[in-house]
Design a protein around this ligand. Structure first.
Ligand code: NIG
Ligand code: FE
Length: 417
């Protein structure tokens, strides 16, 4: 019996194939590492992973491509980005060097609000072109599936329009996109002092998001949107069947992790300041903790998220880039792995699920980051044969080739599309 396959990747020195999260299974035990493997593919999906001689016999007629004895992993799943925006904020480097905090810059009308001005002022063509370039660079650095949030228009109609632009980019590919509505990203100038009114206006568009946005998110932080403002807004999203995510405890412990767990959020993100009570509330929930060490490292104004406490409590921990023009100006997740290891005290066996299958769970997309039979053939070939090296060596990208749906879409750090 031969298994039909049109592509066979051979000479895989090391194959990392994380399993999806399972209650009661430690995160590190999800990380399956296999040696001397092959991967067979048909119509862009995985047929099988197995020992090379076996798969060679079973894949008669398939095109054979060698991985050169190197490391192959699933494509990375970046479960938290804000890559739809115009312009940049390089002027904030000097402000921060002189001691201005993130919230001080925002309160003075800068920060997120300055990107809102740039984004409102950009044409659709400009916005699409800038975002398309960022997504292409993300793919070239090993991200195959990204969540992208709206949030730099801050009017109900404008935020809905941003969702439609993301749908356009999703159709274009080759990247896979999850779309999150983050109209509640900051309070626009025109609503200063009237946060509840703004959220009430915004939630009027929730019914129109159904079938277009995958999630509704809010920046719940003291001084941005308070708990009592966020709760009814998120409850309304739930009533429309829209799954929710929350930005919480990024700058102070405001009890946001507990709020997310209580509301059944798919994920709570940031958690840099989350204390033992928040960890405890997440312990008994299905909510995924999405940690963003690039942001706490780049802001450099406080602690990193309590990854060890979360892992020890059995919480599923994903790691994402938070790519955005202010607190984490990057498009890529792979270069962050060594910093995640160092700052979050996570081991390679814990990090691989964090950027693949658990990130997929944070997007309610179990096949994202997984390479089982039938899954999309989204994978990477790295410039090393050791699965620990991408979590160790910093500064340059070690991703050599990116495949999406069995097609090689980037090589040597450059998109091929
Ligand atoms: O996740 N916290 C809010 N939003 C982003 C930052 C966005 C920006 O500064 O433009 C974050 O850090
Ligand atoms: Fe964010």
């Amino acid at each position: 019996m031969t298994t039909p396959a049109d592509l066979l990747i051979v000479d895989i020195g090391t194959l990392v194939r994380p399993r999806e999260p399972q209650r009661g299974v430690r995160q590190r035990d999800l990380c399956r590492v296999e040696r001397q493997m092959a991967l067979s593919i048909k119509d862009g999906r995985v047929v099988a992973a197995g020992p090379e001689p076996e798969l060679r016999r079973a894949s008669v007629g398939a095109r054979i491509v060698s991985a050169g004895g190197r490391l192959v992993t699933p494509g990375l799943v970046d479960a938290h980005t804000h890559l739809l925006f115009a312009g940049q904020r390089a002027h904030e480097v000097a402000l921060k060097a002189r001691g201005a905090t993130y919230l001080e810059i925002l309160a003075a009308g800068g920060g997120i609000l300055s990107t809102v001005r740039a984004t409102r002022g950009a044409s659709d063509g400009e916005l699409l072109a800038q975002t398309r370039a960022r997504l292409g660079a993300a793919v070239a650095h090993g991200t195959t599936h990204l969540e992208v949030k709206t949030g730099y228009n801050l009017t109900p109609a404008g935020e809905l329009h941003l969702v439609s632009l993301l749908e356009e980019l999703r159709r274009e590919g080759p990247w896979r996109l999850t779309i999150t509505f983050l109209g509640a990203h900051a309070l626009p100038d025109e609503y200063r002092g009237h946060a509840s009114e703004f959220l009430q206006e915004l939630q009027r568009v929730h019914p129109q998001l159904v079938g277009h946005a995958d999630f509704v998110d809010i920046f719940q932080e003291q001084g941005v949107f308070e708990q009592e403002e966020a709760r009814p807004y998120l409850e309304d999203a739930r009533r429309h069947g829209l799954p929710i995510k929350l930005h919480v405890d990024e700058l102070a412990d405001g009890g946001g992790a507990a709020l997310g767990a209580e509301l059944g959020a798919t994920s709570v993100d940031h958690l840099a300041h989350t204390g033992p009570a928040g960890v405890d509330r997440l312990r008994d929930s299905q909510t995924v903790a999405v940690l963003l060490p690039g942001t706490s490292g780049y802001l450099n104004q406080g602690p990193h998220a309590p990854a060890r406490a979360l892992l020890e409590a059995g919480v599923s921990v994903a790691v994402a880039s938070d790519g955005n023009p202010g607190s984490s100006p990057t498009v890529a997740l792979a270069p962050l792995l060594p910093w995640a290891a160092s700052w979050l005290h996570m081991e390679p066996e814990e990090l691989w699920p964090a950027v693949t299958t658990i990130a997929g769970a944070a997007l309610r997309c179990p096949e994202a980051g997984r390479l089982e039979a039938g899954d999309p053939a989204d994978f990477l070939v790295w410039e090393t044969d050791d699965y620990r090296v991408p979590c160790y060596q910093y500064g340059t990208s070690l991703v050599d080739e990116t495949y999406i749906g069995g097609r090689r879409v980037a090589a040597g750090g450059h998109p091929l599309f």
